[in-house]
Design a binder for this molecule. Structure first.
Ligand SMILES: [Mg+2]
Length: 133
């Protein structure tokens, strides 16, 4: 599994990498722009990311905009819905309020509320069959 982790805070990137590295190759980027660029490259290589974690609050380009652009790239490439990347938004919000709903409309798969823990991440990954068990 190819995994992309996008977060502007080093501590958060390292934590996600620690949790996810047993399950696949992790690439780490620091903002939404880099995330979109990395996704474009992976498409060009014919091996798009399977799983992407996007922090919402990032400089240069936030997670919402990166999400929209990544989904647009998938549409441009006529990628089947079943082959779309699983994308989790990482949010400081801990309730499913209107803002979070907007993220769902933006095409994310799900969201993770901070603080992120190993159990939270793995539970959600199981829900989307990224890992067994
Ligand atoms: Mg952030």
């Amino acid at each position: 599994m190819k995994i992309l982790i996008s977060d502007d805070e080093n501590h958060n990137r390292m934590l996600m990498e620690k949790i996810l590295s047993p399950y696949g190759m992790c690439d780490l980027v620091e903002n939404g722009l880099e995330a979109v660029e990395a996704f474009e490259l992976s498409l060009a290589d014919g091996e798009p990311y399977d799983f992407i974690c996007l922090d919402i609050m990032m400089p240069e380009m936030d997670g919402q905009e990166a999400l929209r652009r990544i989904r647009a790239l998938e549409r441009d490439q006529n990628i089947d819905e079943s082959d779309e990347a699983v994308i989790f938004m990482v949010t400081a919000l801990n309730t499913e309020d209107q803002v979070v709903q907007a993220f769902f409309r933006g095409g994310c798969t799900d969201y993770l509320a901070k603080p992120v823990t190993r159990d939270k991440v793995l539970d959600k990954m199981r829900q989307y069959n990224l890992i067994d068990g």
